[in-house]
Design a binder for this molecule. Structure first.
Ligand code: ZN
Length: 412
């Protein structure tokens, strides 16, 4: 943490030393100057002036949201938040954009790195202090008589090193694994099987399996946080919050599946699938997403999600950093389950689960099978089968953590 802080300080200092008092935005023959101002010792530029010079537009949204609309790219920002968003990509910033005196100021890093890399065809020439459209060949800025053929110099800035604000790898720190038993209390989850008296209740099976996973992981020396250990209702948003405040390293949510309709065809649906957080892409993913997000209706008062878009975007941004890890973790778990689960293997899926959304760590949701299917409900209710599933999931999580450790340990 200290090392990271120093690195940021040094980067900031050198950026400050490098930044000119103004930059020139060049688009073909047209040039516009944009002043570089210093705030808290750091260089920055006014977003509206920069956008105007670049023939773009600064769009002011609600809730402190801003969009830099460039001719070929759009970057979304939030006042005070050190991230920019480009479609689904989250770009960490060394400092947050800030509104002062009614104007949005961007850290100089936008001119030197962010726009050259993500702006859709710009280079920043450090020597000339010039931001220009790519393909344009720079002519020496020394006042040249009209018509003189000054030697053209192409001074495209080299691609800057990737910006990293991720915390230092926690290789040696003990791992905290969060195990989330789906539903609970009045929220029973799905019940089944279809076509019989309902003897299978999701909330009971998820708790039973979650406890067994916890037993295996604790025996292997891991710290485990269970979001619930009894038949109680825990708000979806509180599950993630709990995981964050306990510094969880991974978040595993256990659920049982049900088909979209109580038809004979629906009753035949079976198999296991693992989800990671992202926009749902298919009808089926959307169905499972809506089903699991239903739990919100049991939540009241302070627990109910506020639907605050600012809060959502920040959460979304933080979670995005873990998208790749979450996808890897889902893959590892899904592959592992093939060895024990009768199947079929329904694959790794993606959806926007509320429960996964609130956790700032790699997070997955496992649908361990269909409680709506007579034989799978029987399989899932069996204690020995639950132990086998739990052992398998626990081993996959451990394998993932070890792989992740060696990967980040080796790369840095
Ligand atoms: Zn569920």
């Amino acid at each position: 943490m200290i090392a990271l802080f120093l690195a940021v300080q040094i980067a900031g200092a050198s950026a400050s030393a490098r930044a000119p008092t103004f930059i020139v935005v060049r688009d073909g023959q047209a040039t516009t100057s944009v002043p570089v101002t210093i705030s808290d010792g750091q260089p920055c530029v006014r977003a509206d002036l920069l956008m105007k010079a670049m023939k773009g537009m600064l769009i002011t949204g609600t809730n402190l949201h801003y969009t830099l609309a460039l001719p070929r790219a759009r970057l979304d920002l939030i006042d005070g938040i050190p991230f920019a968003k480009l479609d689904s990509l989250t770009v960490p910033l060394t400092r947050a954009p800030q509104v002062r005196g009614g104007q949005l100021y961007l850290p100089f890093q936008f001119v030197s790195e962010v726009i050259p890399r993500y702006g859709g065809g710009y280079f920043y020439d450090v020597v000339q202090g010039e931001l220009r459209t790519s393909g344009f060949v720079a002519v020496s800025r020394a006042p040249a008589p009209t018509g003189s053929a000054a030697a053209p110099t192409v001074t495209a800035a080299p691609a800057p090193a990737p910006v990293r604000t991720r915390p230092a790898p926690r290789v040696s720190a003990p791992k905290v694994i969060v195990i989330d038993a789906g539903h609970g209390g009045p929220d029973r989850g799905m019940t089944g099987p279809i076509g019989t008296p309902q003897w299978f209740t999701e909330k009971d099976v998820t708790l039973s399996v979650a406890k067994k996973i916890t037993t295996v992981l604790r025996a292997r020396g891991f710290d485990v946080l269970m979001t619930r250990t009894t038949d109680t209702l825990i708000a979806l948003s509180d599950r993630g919050r709990m995981a964050n405040s306990n510094h969880g390293d991974v978040f595993i949510s256990i659920h049982c599946n049900a088909p979209g309709s109580n038809t004979a065809a629906g009753a035949r649906e079976r198999g296991f699938e693992t989800y990671f957080l992202a926009e749902a892409k298919t009808e089926d993913e959307r169905r499972v997403q809506d089903m699991e997000n239903e739990s919100v209706k049991f939540e009241t008062g302070a627990n109910a999600p506020k639907g605050d878009p600012l809060n959502f975007i920040i959460t979304d941004m933080a979670q995005n950093e873990h998208l790749r890890e979450s996808s890897d973790l889902a893959q590892t778990i899904q592959q592992g389950l093939i060895d024990v689960h009768p199947g079929p293997n329904r694959g790794v899926q993606q959806a926007n689960f509320s429960v996964l959304r609130g956790s700032y760590m790699p997070a997955v949701l496992i649908e361990i099978g269909f409680g709506s299917n007579q034989s799978e409900a029987t399989y899932l209710s069996d204690q020995a089968n639950q132990r086998a599933l739990a052992r398998n999931i626990a081993e996959s999580v451990i394998a993932y953590l070890q792989h992740y450790d060696s990967r980040i340990g080796g790369a840095r």
